[in-house]
Write a protein that binds this ligand. Structure first.
Ligand code: XIL
Length: 401
């Protein structure tokens, strides 16, 4: 974190300032030696530092604390400058029983990040998924009323943001509030538990409650399938999200950024870097920061792919790499794109096979044996062979009131 020259009276104030500054890893200063070093020997973390960009990964806490898998831990530390908890900061993990918090695993990740000079993306305060059963059950059977539900959400946000205060760089405050064109009706609208029970106002409320608990964290709206704009019509999810965040800003809601998850698949058309860059620009023209927050690029696992047939596997690896590269180049092109986070880095712990019942896989930048894939080197090349005038250092975002 860069300090503006300020005059502070009294040792207490200096100490207090130092303490508040120490909790977040410093901004990445451009390092001349990093620029002259041979890119082929440099990590993602080192190469992204050239641009002041934070390169991150989601972290699986079970893998991180697995003594039999030290490679996982060492790669998280060496390759990445920001981390996101894959699951342990979600509501069902933090408060499995009403009123009893389980901070342990999340605290462990924050401590790991601090030890390794990494920043933390907080994920996630409000989402319709992975919320505790006591909450959904209570609403269903009427023992939790609508008024009480709003109070519970406020308390959750306040407690969690307060617990991690000063240690979180960016919070995903609201996640996945919008439908997809394949939902019914196909015009994009608010979806899920919170919208159904509290109405769309929960979005603005959540940002206000988060800001009240931490005046310095950057507050993000996070969603998938918003990597590029569509036709601007009723089924264009990116346009829906754009209009939503624009309105939030107009209403004075303290939102600082939009997170584009970046869950892509090689079986889809996807986007090129120019389309994704144009989308980021529209968001940042609103005065918001952006980030890619959960990038992975899955492929269909046909029988041939499972058997390792190279004529089937290779094009998928190449297409996957091209997609990672398109999003990374887009991020590099925009000085307000602050971080690029992959949703796990090794196929060993990828959520994709689980989620797709083994129909999809190969989504990450290292294979199951920690061998870097084409995507890993393509990303490193993007970071190494770019710079001014097209790629400029990041511009820090000031938290909105
Ligand atoms: C996923 C995790 O990776 C899985 O381990 C878990 O079972 C389900 O959630 N969008 C999000 C993430 O915002 O929190 C999701 O993470 C992936 C989709």
């Amino acid at each position: 974190m860069k300090l503006k020259p300020v005059t502070i009276v009294g040792a207490v104030a200096v100490a207090a300032l130092a303490a508040s500054v120490l909790t977040l890893a410093p901004a990445i200063a451009s390092d001349k030696s990093a620029v002259t070093a041979d890119p082929s020997t440099q990590t993602l973390r080192e190469l992204s530092a050239r641009h002041g960009l934070h390169l991150g990964t989601a972290v699986d806490l079970a893998a991180l604390s697995d003594a039999d898998d030290p490679q996982y831990r060492s790669l998280v530390a060496s390759q990445f400058s920001t981390v996101t908890a894959e699951n342990v900061m979600k509501w069902d993990a933090l408060e499995p029983t009403r009123g009893t918090y389980n901070w342990g695993p999340a605290d462990e990740l924050v401590a790991f990040a601090q030890k390794n000079g990494q920043r933390v993306r907080g994920h996630v305060l409000v989402w319709h998924s992975q919320i505790p059963t006591w909450l959904t059950q209570g609403v269903e059977d009427g023992t939790i009323t609508k008024d009480e539900l709003r109070d519970l959400l406020k308390k959750h946000i306040t407690d969690v943001v307060t617990h991690f205060k000063g240690k979180i760089w960016q919070w995903d405050v609201v996640n996945e509030a919008a439908t997809d064109p394949w939902d019914s009706p196909s015009n994009i609208h608010y979806k899920g538990f919170w919208a159904e029970n509290l109405g769309p106002e929960y979005v603005a409320d959540s940002f206000r409650w988060a800001r009240a608990a931490d005046s310095k964290a950057l507050l993000f709206y996070n969603d998938y399938n918003i990597e590029a704009f569509g036709d601007g019509g009723e089924t264009d999810k990116t346009t829906f999200v754009y209009n939503m965040v624009k309105q939030l800003r107009a209403d004075g809601v303290p939102i600082d950024g939009v997170g584009s998850q970046g869950h892509l698949g090689t079986q889809y058309g996807n986007y090129d870097a120019l389309q994704a860059s144009a989308a980021l620009k529209r968001f940042t023209d609103l005065g918001l920061a952006t980030a890619f927050t959960e990038v992975d690029v899955r492929s269909e696992m046909t029988e041939e792919v499972k058997a390792g047939t190279s004529s089937e596997v290779n094009p998928r690896l190449q297409a996957s790499a091209a997609n990672y590269s398109a999003l990374l180049q887009a991020c590099l092109s925009n000085r307000h794109c602050l971080s690029f986070t992959v949703w796990g880095f090794t196929d060993k712990y990828s959520w994709i096979p689980n989620w797709s019942e083994d129909k999809e896989g190969l989504a990450n930048i290292y294979d199951e044996n920690y061998q870097p894939k084409r995507a890993y080197n393509m990303m490193r090349a993007d970071l190494a062979f770019s710079g001014p005038p097209s790629v400029q250092p990041r511009i820090a975002q000031k938290p909105k009131r």
